[in-house]
Design a protein around this ligand. Structure first.
Ligand code: HEC
Ligand code: HEC
Length: 205
């Protein structure tokens, strides 16, 4: 009896995003727009990142992480606020619907707001990050690595800081975060700003 169940499960996971209900996802996204913006373009004042460049599969995983306490932060911090917003949200189908609705928005080229030289960051990006995050920071689903191009530079820096301090990637159920934690200490602060400037300069698909 085991084989048919395994086959059925893998078929289900392959077709998971084909069965989404976009209308439900669009309706659900209204709850998110207050912080993330009506086009998922982000809101710097609220420290809420752009979402429109992210792969649906990554969005679903992060929503799971926030809803279950795997990803959170000090009370009052942006990560904590996000965790509060989705705490106890268990419905995985609902999360898939909203993730696909978000992917319909066009990603935006983000302004550079931090110091850093894209030209100086290229080499380190290619050597240290591109293997997982892709040549143009477009992300690689097979490695579970999110797109970084299309994200705001301040958000990228904040996440690297979270990985460095251990506030992201330390939970026992966060093996992918732990992988990134290991990568977060490879660069000194100036080189990191250059790499972020390089990511920021990448064209969006
Ligand atoms: C109260 C404001 C608020 C609401 C409401 C909110 N978010 Fe967030 N969200 C944030 C903030 C702030 C962050 C950044 C957390 C951090 O810095 O770690 C975030 C992070 C995220 C991330 C992680 C992005 C990444 O690149 O890893 C996803 C995905 C996300 N939100 C999706 C949603 C969805 C979907 C909804 C609606 C169901 C939603 N959020 C509702 C404020 C909010
Ligand atoms: C071994 C593969 C790997 C390498 C190399 C790697 N990353 Fe990552 N990175 C990941 C994975 C996997 C995640 C997603 C973690 C999760 O699911 O929470 C991630 C997440 C991130 C995030 C959070 C994105 C978001 O939207 O919240 C940032 C920022 C980041 N990486 C930057 C970098 C930079 C800069 C480098 C190079 C110095 C780098 N990464 C190298 C695998 C990698």
């Amino acid at each position: 009896m085991k084989t048919p169940i395994v086959v059925l499960l893998s078929l289900l996971s392959l077709s998971a995003f084909a069965e989404v209900d976009l209308d439900k996802g669009v309706a659900k996204y209204l709850e998110c727009a207050a912080c993330h913006g009506d086009q998922a373009q982000g809101n710097a004042e609220l420290k809420a990142p752009a979402l429109s460049h992210l792969q649906p599969v990554y969005i679903v995983r992060q929503l799971q992480n926030f809803a279950t306490g795997v990803r959170t932060g000090e009370p009052g911090s942006p990560a904590w606020q996000m965790a509060q917003a989705v705490q106890g949200w268990t419905d995985i189908f609902d999360k898939r619907n909203v993730a696909v609705a978000i992917a319909k928005f066009n990603p935006r080229q983000q302004k550079q707001t931090l110091a850093g030289s894209a030209a100086n960051g290229q080499k380190n990006y290619n050597n240290l990050c591109a293997g997982c995050h892709g040549k143009n920071a477009e992300g690689k689903n097979v490695l579970h690595a999110p797109a970084l191009a299309g994200s705001q530079d301040w958000y990228l820096l904040a996440q690297i800081r979270h990985f460095q301090s251990g506030s992201r990637g330390s939970h026992n159920d966060d093996q992918l975060g732990a992988q990134m934690q290991a990568m977060s200490n490879l660069l000194d602060d100036w080189s990191l700003l250059d790499v972020i400037a390089y990511i920021n300069s990448q064209p969006l698909n």
